[in-house]
Design a protein around this ligand. Structure first.
Ligand SMILES: Nc1ncnc2c1ncn2[C@@H]1O[C@H](COP(=O)(O)OP(=O)(O)OP(=O)(O)O)[C@@H](O)[C@H]1O
Length: 475
């Protein structure tokens, strides 16, 4: 695949991979409505519909998109991102590359991404199998440390199809410390060792949505077959099946059928099985019947090693050059409380702002460049209550309106915005947020959060409201 030069083909391939990594919601909100264009200076630009979408892409996806892009582009070009309002009238990348004049322009001067050429999300086996393994999440890129050594050893055994496998193996631990990484690594390695085996990885959320869609399409038999023919089934973030009786029932019967057939089951969640109070007791006890394997939060040594690794990986991809000074790396780690995910974000930001002069960067310069991204101490916690009050105030509503049953748009939309803000600024789960909004189901929260994701990218007013609210909450 490496060595392509047609920007449209590279974009299609890179975006297809990114879609698996960032999830359908974010993809359809920010990436799908964007297009690759060439500006007057010959620079490839990813053009987003709104400024908010541009900022989202810059913060959350551009670096990864460039990693993917560089791995494919024979000309080693890089993408920049701008919003539609910042672009003059420029041609779609492929037409410039092919020396043709633009024939048409949809949506103003942006041609949307050719969705059909990105692997469609289909039902049945393909959807389940293609549900988002990430290329970079392998055993090679997983760093061993005190808190994860046991989990890593078990993961390696599972990936090797070792005899005496506990069934299921259940990885649990707080968010952002490597459970998804381990499940991906197991899946890649297990498939490499037994190419003929059917290894199926999916998130519980995907399990839920595919199952619900299969029920609507009356194709549950195909869904069941696609899972029950798996030799190894990996389900990530199992806490998200909580609350939905029919999905839990389906999951339970899938697990029982596979275990009876001696097939391998690997699961992950943010808590040990017996603490998943949203999960029905019979399913809970099945989840707990094998081996429960904790993935502990990382200590400083592990964080340093992960940060170093990440910079080396970016250097190999040509995204940065040179090594970071050890004191700069230590500063970065010490000023980034939170999980590995936050740490990776800080490393990526450093790489973005000082790509070519990493080795000469001093602690003061790093602090100056990263500014507010590096915290002086732990960030002030924002609470659900505070979010509800701030949102109610902003839209001149009462906090009780957000918790009420009222469904008129003037109340429902602010409620969804408040839910979205809770997901962004607190560590609360969807069911938890639902409970705090008048006892709503977690799927209602999920729907609300996705709706706002979508609207932020398409609706300037919503983007402005969200921005203003975020500023108020942080101040
Ligand atoms: N030991 C590690 N070595 C290398 N990278 C790691 C390690 N632990 C975590 N990471 C990285 O940190 C990020 C967050 O990890 P991951 O997504 O696996 O967390 P998680 O526990 O599954 O979180 P969640 O519960 O939110 O799904 C990933 O990019 C992952 O690659």
């Amino acid at each position: 695949m490496a060595g392509m030069t047609d920007p449209d083909r590279i974009w299609t391939e890179a975006a297809g991979r990114l879609r698996g990594e960032i999830g359908e919601g974010a993809f359809s909100s920010y990436i799908a409505p964007s297009a690759v264009r060439v500006d007057g200076a010959g620079q490839l630009i990813l053009v987003t519909p709104t400024a908010y979408a541009r900022d989202w892409v810059r913060k959350n996806a551009l670096r990864r998109m460039n990693e993917l892009w560089l791995g494919l582009d024979g000309l080693s070009r890089r993408l920049d991102v701008r919003c539609r309002a910042e672009m003059g009238s420029v041609a779609p990348a492929s037409q410039v590359a092919a020396g043709r004049a633009p024939e048409h322009a949809l949506n103003g001067n942006v041609v949307p991404m050719p969705m059909a050429t990105v692997a469609p999300v289909a039902d049945g086996a393909r959807a389940v199998r293609a549900a988002g393994l990430q290329d970079r999440l392998t055993f090679d890129s997983f760093v061993e440390g005190q808190g994860n050594a046991f989990a890593l050893a078990i993961a390696r055994q599972a990936a090797a199809w070792a005899d005496g496998h506990f069934n299921p193996i259940f990885f649990c631990g707080p968010y952002g410390y490597g459970k998804t990484h381990l499940l991906n690594a197991i899946a890649w390695e297990a498939q490499r060792l037994r190419p003929d085996a059917k290894v199926v990885y999916l998130t519980a959320e995907r399990f839920l949505s595919t199952f619900v869609r299969a029920m609507q399409d009356r194709s549950t038999a195909a869904f069941k077959d696609s899972l029950r023919s798996a030799d190894m089934l990996l389900i990530d973030d199992v806490q998200f099946v909580g609350g939905k009786a029919s999905t839990q029932e389906e999951l339970l019967s899938t697990l029982t059928a596979l275990i009876e057939d001696g097939k391998r089951i690997i699961l992950s969640a943010d808590k040990p099985p017996m603490a998943l109070t949203e999960v029905e007791p019979r399913l809970r006890s099945h989840l707990a019947s094998g081996l429960t394997c904790p993935v502990e939060p990382a200590d400083r040594a592990l964080k340093l090693a992960v940060a170093r690794n990440r910079i080396e990986a970016l250097a190999k991809l040509g995204v940065v050059s040179g090594e970071v000074r050890p004191d700069v790396l230590e500063h970065l780690v010490d000023r980034t409380p939170g999980s590995m995910r936050e740490l990776e974000g800080a490393v990526n930001t450093l790489a973005a702002v000082a790509a070519t002069r990493l080795s000469s960067l001093t602690v003061d310069e790093a602090q100056g460049l990263l500014g507010s991204a590096l915290r002086g101490g732990p960030e002030r916690r924002i609470t659900v209550d505070e979010i509800q009050k701030t949102v109610a105030d902003h839209f001149t509503l009462k906090q009780a309106d957000l918790l009420s049953e009222r469904r008129t748009r003037s109340v429902a939309r602010p409620r969804q915005i408040a839910m979205w803000l809770c997901k962004q600024h607190t560590t609360r789960s969807y069911p938890d947020i639902g409970r705090r909004f008048g006892g709503r189901d977690h799927t209602t929260v999920l729907h609300g959060v996705r709706k706002i994701e979508e609207l932020i990218a398409q609706d300037e007013q919503i983007a402005r409201d969200v921005e203003a609210l975020t500023r108020k909450l942080r101040s």
